[in-house]
Design a protein. Structure first.
Length: 464
């Protein structure tokens, strides 16, 4: 009905004829036009219109500016705000802001830092090389019992301290470590004493030092003092000649003692802020740290079985390989998370994300197993008296590596309970049936692989 407009109440009135809409070629922003009000409007709204990704955004700006359809028809010769917005969209050159760079965040971790952590994990093994002739016999039960107790306690303690750090309270984290680290040292020493037999006091003394070191190392690692811990461990490099020469007993005892004293001193220094903090009224629940302790129990036993074999004799090569591999393992965990987060920003469908996440998972796990294989081979060749890795032992070692890496990955994504149940069940089975060997680790690796795929190929699991 030309020349008329329907009003909202259903009546009709005559209006001026509608000026036919014409497509206007885009003009550079800022050009002055004396006879075209549309160009003056483009100059006034140019900055807003240039950022628009659709004409409807410009229409919303016009309506928020109070422009009615009547005003638009009379002033600009367009039927309504949407028609005017389309012409403005065509006239103004697009100028979309560049997306902000993704923040570095905690998942961007350098390879050097991870390798440093792997080194400080493995260097304490040299203390056993120095102390072995002083322990008075082949019994390792007190050492192993104290070590497992320390792993369980310090895993849970580290989680609690990290929880306080995540809440933005480093002084409360320092207090938790100040209370928990000495308690863990006493626990490890007590367990070693309970597992010792008559006349094994040298082993108990060594195990007590081991428990004290584990507490100090936990403090330094949680608070990011890896370099201080590396400096404390430097005296243990004096154990390298012990592979080929018989060192004097004072040297064998003095180097580990010096290293232990340095680690404890560094830990005491960084814990000073915790001395002036009152006990907080509320905080992370203690029960939340229990699964992390159980995860430490299961993985610790599996690592010991992979290195010591059925008879619990010294087999340091695989243990050293697994320990050193924790540095590259940590870096690959960060890489998986980093690549997954990048995929969430670039991929447009859930199916594409699942395929990309699964491929990244396979590549990272394969890279870790390749590193572990190289370290195990080198450790067997270089470690004096190390047993040769037979096919079964090598396969068992690789399965334990899969369990460790996938368990740590699930732990990083908050699924620590599932990982702890699988690892503790595998360790208990191998304790009751030592001959089960690689079969138990293979089943545990398969279960963890299924759990990992079910969880981590979902985009919702990667929300920050």
């Amino acid at each position: 009905m030309s020349g008329s407009l329907w009003l909202k109440n259903g009546t009709m009135r005559d209006t001026l004829p509608v000026i036919p809409r014409q497509r206007v070629a885009a003009a550079p922003h800022g050009t002055a036009y004396a006879d075209d009000p549309l160009d003056r409007l483009a100059d006034r709204l140019g900055a807003l219109a240039a950022d628009a990704v659709h004409p409807d955004e410009i229409a919303a700006i016009l309506e928020s500016d109070g422009m009615t359809d009547d005003h638009i028809r009379l002033t600009y010769g367009r039927a309504d705000s949407f028609a005017l917005a389309e012409d403005l969209y065509a006239r103004v050159e697009r100028h979309h802001p560049q997306p902000e760079a993704a923040p570095a965040g905690p998942w961007h971790l350098g390879l050097t830092g991870c390798l440093l952590r792997g080194l400080v994990f493995a260097l304490p093994g040299l203390a056993y090389v120095l102390g072995a002739p002083l322990l008075g016999g082949p019994s390792t039960a007190p050492l192993l019992a104290g070590a497992v107790a320390g792993w369980v306690w310090n895993q849970a303690l580290a989680h609690r301290a990290y929880s306080w750090l995540g809440l933005g309270d480093p002084t409360a984290a320092a207090r938790a470590l100040l209370v928990g680290a000495p308690a863990g040292a006493l626990l490890g020493a007590a367990v070693a004493f309970a597992a010792a037999g008559p006349g094994e006091w040298p082993v108990v003394v060594f195990a007590a030092g081991q428990a004290l070191y584990l507490g100090a190392a936990t403090v330094l690692l949680v608070l990011g003092r890896e370099r201080a811990l590396l400096c404390a461990l430097t005296p243990l490099l004096g154990a390298v000649p012990a592979f080929w020469y018989d060192l004097p007993d004072p040297v064998r005892a003095g180097l580990p003692a010096l290293s232990l004293a340095a680690a404890v001193a560094f830990a005491a220094t960084v814990l000073r802020p915790g001395l002036n903090v009152r006990r907080p009224r509320s905080g992370p629940p203690l029960a939340a740290s229990l699964p992390y302790g159980l995860f430490g129990l299961g993985t610790g036993l599996l690592v010991l079985y992979a290195g010591t074999g059925d008879a619990l004799v010294t087999g340091a090569g695989p243990v050293v390989a697994l320990t050193l591999s924790m540095g590259p393992a940590e870096w690959l965990l960060h890489r998986f998370r980093r690549v997954s987060l990048a995929g969430m920003r670039t991929l447009t469908t859930a199916r594409a994300f699942r395929r990309a996440a699964a491929g990244t998972l396979v590549r990272c796990l394969g890279a870790y197993l390749a590193v572990l294989l190289v370290l195990a081979t080198a450790g067997t060749l270089l470690w004096p008296g190390a047993e040769a890795l037979s096919g079964a032992r090598l396969l068992g070692l690789l399965f334990v590596g899969v369990v460790l890496w996938l368990g740590l990955l699930l732990q990083a994504f908050g699924a620590v309970r599932s990982a702890a149940v699988v690892c503790v069940a595998a360790a208990a089975t191998q304790t009751l049936a030592p001959s089960s060997g690689p079969a138990v680790s293979a089943v545990a690796a398969l279960v963890l692989a299924v759990l990992t795929c079910a969880l981590l190929v979902r985009p919702t699991a990667h929300r920050v």
